[in-house]
Structure formats: C-alpha cells, structure tokens
Design a protein around this ligand. Structure first.
Ligand SMILES: *Cc1c(COP(=O)(O)O)cnc(C)c1O
Length: 485
C-alpha cells in the first residue's frame, strides 16, 4: 500500500458570508484543466510564455451561430454589428466578420481598424459620444450608419450636409426607461422627456438630415430579457410616431448589446449558470415585441450589437503562481504573474478558476494578487484553493470581453495572445510586447540623453543579473549608474 503523504493540519475560521447552498464562492474543486480545445496548457505556456491569453475559435464561432440563430429564427431581417470595443483584436474581428457580422465602432481608431479589415462604411455602425467633425465628414462620405448621440453632433452633421450640398441619412440614439436602473441616460437623447422628438422635429424643419434609423443600447450585463421587450416596444412606437408626424420612414431598429455572458458579477449570490437567462429568452422577448408592435408587412432591419455575450466565453487567461505567502491575519495569499494590468474587469467579475494539475490538500480561502507593486492589484479576493506550489498554473475564464482592449501597459509588458483554431493549430494573434514598444513613442530630449547606453554585450550581463536562477546571478558592475536611476 502506498504511504499517504503527510498533510499539515489546518484550522480555518468559518467565513459565513462565503458559503451558500450552491457552493463556497469560487472553488477549483473538480477536474483540473489540462488543455484548451485539445491543446495542452503545458504546450501553450512552454511555446508562448506565461501569462498567456488564449482564444478559442470554435467557441467564438459557436457563440455567433447560437446568438444569430436565436434571433434569425424569430425575425426575418437581422444583422449583427460586432462591438469592436469589446475586443478589437484583428483576428477576433475577422472571424466575426466572416461569420457575417458587420462592425460597430465608437471611435476613429476603431473605425479605421474596421477599414483595415476590409469593412467599408455601409457595413459600419458608428456610435459613441465622440465623433470629431473632421472624422464625421469621412464617415459620411464612406457611407457609415451614424447614430447621433447629442444635439451638438446633430448640428455638426447639419453643417456638413450644407457643405456637401446634399442631405445626410442618419440614425438617432435614444435612451429610455426600460425598468433597468440606474438608467443610462448619458448616451443619446431621452425618449420620455420629448428630447428625442425635439431632435427629429429639428431634422424635419431643417430638411438636410434624413432620419432612417433608431438606436438604443440600454446598458450591459442585463439579466432581464423583458427589458428588451419594453425597449423594442418603445422604439417601434416612436418609429411610427416620427413616420406619421414627420414623414421619416425608419428602416433599421438597432437595439444595441448588453446580453450577459457567463462571467460572475461580484456580489451576486448565485452562479451565472443559474441566473444568466438563455439567449433564446432575449430573442423571444425581442421577437414577440416586434410582432406585437410592427404594422403588418413591415420588417425593418433589426440590428444587434452583442459584445460580451459573443466573445467572453471564448477567452482564457493562463497565469502562473510565482509565490505564496501567509498574511499577518492568517490568510493564504498567492502572487500570480497576471494582475489587473491584464484583467481590468476583475474589479467587477469573479472569474472561474481552474488548475492545470491535481493538487492534494484542503481548500482554504486564498487571495490571489497580481505582479504589480500596487495595493489594488488583486485578481481574486477569496478563491477556495488547495495549497499551490510555485509554477502551478491557473486558468481563468471567461475573459474574452473587455480585457484585451482595456488592459494596461503598466509595470509589465503585455503578453502573447494566441488563437486555437478549430483544427487545433495555434497562431499568435498579438505578440508579447518588449521594451521597444515602450520606447518607440517616447522622445528623450537631447540634453537628457546618457553619454552611452548599455551595449548588447553588457545587456546579456544585465539579463543574467535580472534572471534569478541563471548561473551568474550577480550584480553586473559595467552598468553605468545613470542607466540605473
Ligand atoms: C459597448 C457597447 C455594445 C456592446 O455591449 P455588451 O454589453 O458588451 O454587449 C454595444 N453597443 C454600444 C453602443 C456599446 O457602447
């Protein structure tokens, strides 16, 4: 019989707020994760380093097909606009464009990125509160679907129409009460107060803007499908009101995004699997509101701008444990090689954690810090983890939404991002940064330049200096003092 390994006894304070009848907060209990879509975690990190973002092409395509089918089987005229800000890695956008999505952008940068991917104006929805008059001119001549956010933008477009000598077709972003609070009233024009109608009246009076679409993105991670039913009802009623009063025929209803993904919002009691409604519930609410409200024979184009629901599940972050600690209050703590610099959304979401191996020992509530020298750098406040050795890898998911766009180049370089294709091949879709990425945009005034910088021969000495474990782990005296400051 095998001798059992000795396990240090451990006394844990009961933490009543952590337990609920569905489990103990975030736990790694269950099978370890050895691979992502069949590609081993070991292979991924040995080839591409750690930390590492990994995207699954099959999950991304599957999510697109699921969401698209949910709506297209209920309504005949559906278009998806991929929300670039959710994840504008070219490979991710290109996959979604190939699946049939057009682009939804909220800045000049995102707009140009869509152009780079071969998407031209008629397939670009241009949203957002900041569209410079200069860039608006470009977007208008490119034929984009522009959803006006505020009156000043409306005036800019009127001026542009005057200058171009022809009317411009536009959409209008609305905000409204759909029962979701706090209400996002900062974007678009308000429906209930009459502000939106005032804008339409102005367009009709002036005559050089032609209203052809309505837009509303009511918020994000919206757990109540009926909120979309109420939104669609109000949008259709408003569309008929402006048609009857001002003669504008609305040919698209853009209902935005906001469907939740399976990430766990902090502070929610239940797991996402229990509280996140299926996408069919949203499609049902939208479809039935359309059929209830639309006049017979009317099928305006329904546009959706799903972001997180489309991409979140396709993203993983592999992070390695660098060290462990016992805090003064007795809590177990780990330092991981990824922190809030890479997972900006960890302020709001508690990720699912998986280990790359079986680990013996008792789970205890553990805090996971990132590598930054910043107190706020906490990846997880309280994960139930067995004792982890250095080098153990954690796989965090879902992290495909809003992380590789909001990540920070702060203290650390940003790592490789890879895509696992449906045939199991792996491509780097964004290379890890190095010092040149930091220095390229900096300009050091002549008078501050060092007499000499460190030449490659001494740089290798520097590298062995900073890489513990290498044979000559010593201070390299040839580094000029100025470079160390
Ligand atoms: C961010 C955004 C989206 C995507 O939102 P999700 O909640 O990720 O689905 C869609 N439309 C607009 C206008 C947005 O700003």
């Amino acid at each position: 019989m095998d001798k059992k390994e000795y396990e240090k006894p451990l006394i844990l304070k009961v933490q009543p707020q952590m337990a609920n009848k569905f489990g103990n907060g975030t736990s790694c209990a269950g099978k370890p994760r050895k691979n992502i879509d069949g590609v081993s975690i070991d292979h991924l990190t040995s080839q591409y380093g750690s930390p590492l973002f990994v995207f699954s092409e099959s999950t991304l395509r599957r999510r697109f097909k699921e969401i698209s089918a949910a709506f297209s089987t209920r309504y005949p005229n559906v278009t998806f606009g991929w929300s670039y800000k959710t994840n504008y890695l070219s490979a991710v956008c290109a996959i979604l464009h190939r699946e049939g999505a057009i682009a939804e952008v909220v800045s000049e940068m995102e707009y140009r990125k869509a152009n780079e991917l071969g998407i031209s104006g008629e397939n670009i929805i241009f949203n957002g509160p900041h569209k410079s008059p200069e860039f608006l001119r470009y977007a208008v001549t490119d034929g984009a679907l522009i959803n006006i956010d505020h009156f000043d933008e409306l005036y800019d477009l009127e001026n542009l129409a005057e200058e171009l000598g022809e009317p411009i077709k536009v959409g209008l972003r609305l905000n409204m009460d759909t029962g979701i609070y706090p209400q996002w009233s900062r974007f678009g024009l308000n429906l209930e107060s009459g502000q939106a109608e005032e804008a339409v009246k102005r367009m009709a009076d002036k005559g050089n803007l032609i209203l052809r679409g309505l837009h509303c993105h009511q918020g994000t991670y919206i757990l109540d499908p009926e909120a979309y039913g109420r939104q669609v009802e109000k949008m259709v009623q408003f569309a008929y009101r402006v048609e009857d009063r001002f003669g504008f025929k609305i040919d698209y209803l853009d209902i935005g995004g906001g469907f939740p993904s399976h990430s766990k919002l902090k502070g929610t009691y239940h797991s996402p699997d229990l509280i996140v409604p299926d996408i069919d519930k949203y499609a049902e609410a939208v479809g039935s509101a359309l059929y209830r409200e639309l006049r017979p024979g009317d099928f305006p184009r329904l546009i959706l701008e799903c972001g997180r629901a489309m991409v979140d599940d396709a993203g993983y972050l592999i992070t390695g444990i660098l060290a462990s600690k016992r805090l003064a209050d007795g809590r177990k703590a780990y330092i991981a090689d990824a922190g809030i610099n890479l997972l900006y959304t960890s302020f709001w979401y508690a990720y699912n954690l998986e280990l790359d191996r079986e680990v013996q020992g008792t789970d205890e509530p553990s805090i996971i810090y990132g590598p930054l020298c910043m107190n706020i750098d906490v990846l997880h406040e309280s994960a139930m983890l067995p004792p982890l050795e250095r080098g153990t890898r954690l796989i965090l998911s879902p992290v495909g939404a809003y992380n590789v766009t909001q990540w920070l180049q702060f203290i650390q370089y940003r790592p490789n991002v890879v895509l696992v294709a449906e045939d199991g091949s792996v491509d780097i879709i964004r290379e890890a940064e190095d010092l040149s990425d930091i220095l390229n945009r900096e300009r050091l005034p002549q008078r501050l330049k060092p007499a000499s910088s460190i030449r490659p021969s001494s740089r290798s000495a520097l590298e062995s200096f900073i890489r513990p474990g290498s044979a000559n782990f010593t201070y390299a005296p040839q580094i000029p003092a100025v470079a160390m400051n």
